[in-house]
Design a protein around this ligand. Structure first.
Ligand SMILES: NC(=O)C1=CN([C@@H]2O[C@H](COP(=O)(O)OP(=O)(O)OC[C@H]3O[C@@H](n4cnc5c(N)ncnc54)[C@H](OP(=O)(O)O)[C@@H]3O)[C@@H](O)[C@H]2O)C=CC1
Ligand SMILES: O=C(O)C1=N[C@H](C(=O)O)C[C@H](O)C1
Length: 247
């Protein structure tokens, strides 16, 4: 039986991950932690930690897990460049699964985007629109950024150089090599992403809509079970592509 620790236990994702653990016979809840709890005193109570919190909290937990050699599944989004470098530095003694979206559907969508970008990317104006609930604090979503990164990588572009985050006022005519991002926040939307490839006379739209957070929770649990069995490669940052064996 794999024992799982859950941080951010009272958060939207934390609560549903605990529900998913309680419904799965091959895992058990080792410990559930909130902001005020000290991870370093419960290290003997779990095998893999699942973390959906915020970047500063994630880095704190990773620092403790790295010293103890405890594997982590990280779903937190909203890391800035400096925080991402810190994450990479910390992962020296552990393996982690790190993915902005743990749903099977989104990770399939990433593969479809790679295919679409290969076929029509150079001839398209590419726009990514994401919609989430009113409580989401980071923008664009980690998933939208990952989608942009997959498309940019496929087209040999650097997302940092070609991303446009919103438009206002009088601007230049759209540059074909850019990838546009638009963010909508409202109500209780779990998470929706549409990537449009606008061409002359037609457009291709690829959409993913999550209707329940359970899809992310089940993905996180699948990642934890996979990671527990994965060979202990120090410093390995796995993605859901590895977990789902998407090639
Ligand atoms: N990869 C994926 O598939 C998905 C990723 N996410 C990401 O997961 C993260 C959490 O989302 P969600 O559950 O909706 O957010 P919530 O705000 O509902 O939950 C966040 C949790 O983290 C805790 N927390 C906040 N700050 C700290 C801190 N400094 N130390 C310890 N704990 C802290 C909060 O505690 P408190 O309430 O006490 O502040 C809360 O329990 C976000 O980054 C989101 O984008 C979300 C869904 C899917
Ligand atoms: O905060 C959320 O809710 C979600 N966050 C992730 C992201 O930033 O992409 C994944 C999902 O869309 C829900």
């Amino acid at each position: 039986m794999i024992k799982i620790a859950v941080t951010g236990a009272s958060g939207r994702m934390g609560q549903i991950i605990i529900e998913a653990i309680n419904q799965n016979d091959s895992v058990a809840l080792g410990v559930a932690l909130d902001k005020s709890d000290d991870l370093s005193v419960v290290l003997n109570q779990f095998d893999v930690l699942i973390d959906f919190t915020c970047p500063t909290a994630t880095l704190g937990y990773l620092s403790i897990c790295a010293k103890a050699g405890k594997k982590m599944v990280i779903g937190t989004t909203g890391f800035n460049d400096d925080e991402l470098s810190q994450l990479t530095r910390l992962v020296q003694n552990v393996s982690i699964v790190f993915a902005p979206n743990m749903s099977v559907g989104v990770n399939l969508t990433l593969k479809l985007l790679e295919m679409a970008a290969k076929v029509v990317g150079e001839d398209s104006d590419i726009e990514i629109v994401e919609t989430h609930h009113r409580f989401k604090v980071d923008a664009p979503s980690g998933t939208a950024l990952k989608m942009g990164e997959v498309i940019a990588d496929t087209l040999g572009r650097d997302l940092k150089m070609c991303a446009i985050y919103g438009r206002e006022g009088i601007e230049q005519v759209r540059d074909k090599n850019t990838i546009g991002f638009s963010t909508i926040r409202g109500g209780d939307v779990v998470g929706e992403h549409t990537v449009s490839f606008f061409m002359q006379g037609e457009r291709v739209e690829i959409t993913h809509k999550a209707s329940s957070r359970m899809t992310f929770a089940l993905g996180a649990l699948r990642a934890a079970i996979w990671l527990d069995k994965a060979p202990f490669d120090k410093g390995c940052v796995y993605s859901m592509k590895d977990v789902l064996e998407i090639t």
